[in-house]
Design a protein around this ligand. Sequence first.
Ligand code: SAH
Ligand code: SF4
Ligand code: F3S
Length: 440
Amino acid sequence: MTRPEEKQSKKLFIKTYGCQMNVYDSERMGDALSVSGYSVVDSPEGADMILLNTCHIREKAAEKIYSELGRMRPHKEANPDLKIGVAGCVAQAEGEEIIRRQPMVDLVVGPQAYHRLPTMLDHVKDGGTVVDTDFPEEDKFTQLPRGPKAKRAPSAFLTVQEGCDKFCAFCVVPYTRGAEVSRPPARLLEEARDLLERGVVEINLLGQNVNAYEADGWSLARLIKEMAKLDGLKRIRFTTSHPNDMGDDLIAAFGEEEKLMPYLHLPVQSGSDKVLKAMNRKHTAESYLKVLERIRAVRPDIALSGDFIVGFPGEEEVDFQATLDLCKEVRYGAAYSFKYSPRPGTPAADRAHVDEAVKGERLKRLQTLITEHQFAFQQSMVGQTIPVLLERAGRDAGQMVGKSPYLHAVHLDAGPEMAGQIVNAKILHSERNSLAGEML
Ligand code: SAH
Ligand code: SF4
Ligand code: F3S
């Protein structure tokens, strides 16, 4: 005999693309739909509903979604009652066009409308389609119901700020995520306490411009300080920051707050002031380097990471050289670089583009340099003893993967019962993308 809850439970498969905010949103959508009787599964086989949580940042990312939808056909043929939804930034940018291009899709939901998902399901139940790309006034996160108090992995994301008012000339985010909105601190502390009860020990505060956080008179620095007082919280991180929003109190927090990890992702995009101006970044290479200097003064071991775009319209070899020079000066612990991808509706899309082959060649040179610095930084960890947060089982039995304060993956011999503990480890080798060490 089936128990009533088994009869009710429908299977929901969510595939997540793009940034960490989408990872957080997917978890919250899973929570919201659990109230409608769905439980999240980790494969599309036999699912009753498939949601693609999408990214629109570069052309390839958006095109990937249409190929993925094509691959969903066999699932739909096997189960005509299967519902297929597209969420995230492609949903916001393309709206109804998605259903025109791929009629298999039942629902399209933009990032600010997730709390309406349960109602949307009622519409698609009988074969209808729904497109909701509104930016409603209400806070989607407050409206999203909570899931059951299930155990969580030791490290969790918590969105504190969403949207962007910066309008860099290349970027879709201000259009897909909307204006900058910060969530009230009381709610964030409550959500943090809930995460801690479920076994979380590290919280990564998320925002498209997380350091522009401002709510009820609180800055991000104040939020970090108050969060650090929560018992059981061992580590705090935040991402992604904008150079122009690195306030004095946030810089000081790196020197004052032990729980705040010595790692900062601070995208600069280019080392050329001409290109930065054309990108509408509103900072110069020098003002960016000044910010880093001030952070290093209070936290000398800070590891930096960044984002770069190569081949932005108007970028000449001399501008690209300035990017390489900036990289050499900063020596990033990690950095992400991309070929400029024209995005419909953004100011730079209509400008004269740099030749694809030139973009490719510049990207290669930049990535070679970044990789060199990354390896050197990893190598400098060998022989050091560092605190490692054990997070998940490793490839080999008896191994766990943890994280260094500087965000390196560290492999150690340890049992799964140690997940969530911070142990001291001596680093023995540096591998391609990780470190290996022994627990002391
Ligand atoms: N709010 C964050 C995230 C932006 S998207 C920030 O300001 O950093 C992440 C990265 O994608 C950007 O930093 C940029 O390097 C890259 N990116 C954004 N739009 C792009 C485009 N049109 N072409 C290539 N890379 C792009
Ligand atoms: Fe995009 Fe610029 Fe806003 Fe970052 S700051 S999300 S790159 S517009
Ligand atoms: Fe992509 Fe949207 Fe994040 S475009 S990077 S999923 S904000």
